[in-house]
Design a protein around this ligand. Structure first.
Ligand SMILES: [Zn+2]
Length: 531
């Protein structure tokens, strides 16, 4: 049986840009649009030309995308003509393949927010769709507050949608703008809409205010809608939009959807999903959410030893899909609860060949347990675990030796009389027979230490060029007789690989230093640097 086509519409650059603390530059937008296109999105909504300079510039030149590059804006203002509405004119001039209009579909909003009549609202929809069609654009209508509007006045909400469809809009998109509609309501209402407008022309735009934007999108598809709008990582104002990073693998990997529908994303593109999700975080300078479905670091992590031994025999015992399908991997966490099987599996993944009865394995387990009791968290610090294992198995060269370091923090008035706090670190390192001394100023003591440490590692400098720290987390642990500080550092290199290292000490600088050292040594091991 031929599968039906289901379309994906990404609005990361428009609705996602409404997120608190997110401000895309023109270059960010171009980079993200390229990523979305390469992932296989059908539509990429770029922004709101005419509303701000960046979006106007984005739509000033023709794009080279395979996806339909879409401009967003309002239907003509009530009481104006199409030719006398500058906002609409900017939209019609935009170099876009498609135009997505937004219009009210709740009579209450028409009356209170627009202060116009239902008839004028319908006329505005009709005129705007007609004008955009006249310019040769594919047209979409986002029916704002559709579900709330439908509950209050179904005839009017439907009339808004139907007017756009009758005028030739390719898609009529039902928006749950306030995000409060529940899946069973979405399924019922979409089912009623498609009696009037064919489902092949109906889309869903769900917000996540009851954490059901993904469920609502799938409910709409079950009821007959054939376009899903959403954003990468669920970016969006308040609680976000429907998360395409969760929706896409569900459509591809769950039989109910995979057998019935085809989407524009191939299996090979699906494998890049984790990378795309993390690349957006990287651009936003955020640490990836580790419990994210499918792509999170914990999404396929197993801790308890008894699960781990089963998972090694048959991964399907504890995995709902194969992690590799989305570019993720299985993680068997090594911790104080871990059994031999976790450790063995982890060693196998790292590529360390050890006989399973090797006495060093028992020793490694013992050291892990001791160190975890002291505050180390190896399940969160895969790279530190790998180094520990390699060290116990005698496989980490002594690349360099930090003979001493010194970190100073000074608060003073700067040249213009402003109070500033400056950190200065000096590091003395021995590489081969050579002693190197480096100094660096940083935003804080750890930053200064990191910069000084990585400034000059002699013959190893080339190996760590692409190394950067992407996240730094500190926790004070109250265990035993005194409080200790645990530092977790996440690093990344030029290949995009990320790893986490850990340090523990009563002193925060010392804990940070341990984690920094592990990160650098891990990078050298991974790059095959010679001893
Ligand atoms: Zn929205």
């Amino acid at each position: 049986m031929a599968r039906e086509r289901l379309y994906l519409f990404d609005t990361t650059l428009r609705d996602g840009a409404q997120t608190n603390g997110v401000d895309f530059t023109l270059n960010d937008k171009l980079a993200i649009a390229g990523m979305l296109d390469a992932l296989g999105m059908d539509y990429v909504e770029g922004g709101y030309p005419g509303a701000n300079p960046i979006d106007s510039e984005l739509f000033a030149t023709p794009n080279k995308m395979r996806a339909a590059f879409t401009a967003f804006g309002m239907t003509r203002r009530p009481g104006r003509s199409v030719s006398n509405d500058p906002g609409l004119a900017a939209l019609l001039q935009a170099k876009a393949d498609a135009i997505c209009f937004v219009a009210k579909s709740w009579d209450y909003h028409v009356r209170v927010a627009l202060e116009t009549t239902p008839e004028e609202n319908l006329a505005s929809i009709r005129d705007s769709v007609r004008a955009a069609k006249g310019k040769g654009r594919e047209v979409l209508l986002d029916c704002e507050h559709f579900f709330d509007g439908y509950k209050a006045n179904p005839a009017f909400a439907l009339a808004c949608a139907k007017t756009a469809y009758d005028e030739g809009a390719r898609w009529v998109v039902l928006c749950d703008t306030n995000g409060g509609t529940l899946p069973h309501e979405v399924e019922r209402i979409v089912g009623e809409v498609i009696k009037v407008i064919p489902g092949s022309h109906v889309g869903i735009h769900a917000h996540n205010d009851t954490e059901q934007a993904v469920a609502n999108s799938l409910a709409a598809v079950r009821a007959g809608a054939r376009q899903i709008q959403g954003t990468l990582n669920g970016l969006g104002e308040r609680c976000g939009n429907a998360n395409l990073v969760s929706i896409i693998p569900t459509l591809k990997l769950k039989a109910e959807f995979a057998e019935r529908f085809e989407i524009g994303i191939s299996d090979a593109q699906l494998k890049t999903l984790l990378h795309v999700s993390h690349a957006l975080d990287e651009l936003l300078n955020r640490a990836p959410y580790r419990h994210a479905p499918y792509v999170g670091e914990s999404a396929f992590a197993t801790k308890a030893g008894i699960h781990a031994s089963a998972i090694m025999k048959e991964p399907a015992t504890y995995e709902h899909v194969a992690p590799e399908a989305v570019g993720n991997r299985r993680r068997l966490l090594v911790s104080d609860q871990a059994g031999r099987s976790n450790v063995l599996a982890e060693l196998e993944r790292i590529g360390l060949k050890v006989d399973k009865d090797d006495r060093r394995i028992a020793h490694l387990l013992e050291v892990v347990k001791e160190r975890e009791a002291a505050g180390y968290a190896y399940e969160a610090a895969d790279a530190s675990f790998e180094l520990l294992a390699r060290r116990i198995l005698g496989k980490v060269p002594d690349y360099f030796d930090v003979e001493k370091f010194d970190v100073n923090i000074e608060q003073r008035d700067n040249a213009v009389g402003k109070r500033v706090t400056v950190s200065l670190a000096v590091v003395k390192v021995k590489v081969g027979g050579e002693t190197l001394i480096s100094a660096a100023e940083g935003i804080g003591p750890v930053n200064a230490l990191d910069l000084a440490l990585r400034k000059d590692l002699g013959k190893y400098q080339g190996y760590i060029k692409g190394l950067e720290l992407t996240d730094y987390r500190v926790r004070i642990l109250n265990g035993g007789t005194e409080a200790v500080t645990r530092v977790l550092i996440e690093s990344q290199d030029e290949t995009g690989e990320r790893w986490t290292t850990v340090g523990v000490s009563p002193n925060i600088i010392d804990a940070s230093f341990q984690a920094l050292m592990d990160s650098i040594v891990y990078k050298l091991v991974k790059s095959g640097a010679p001893a």
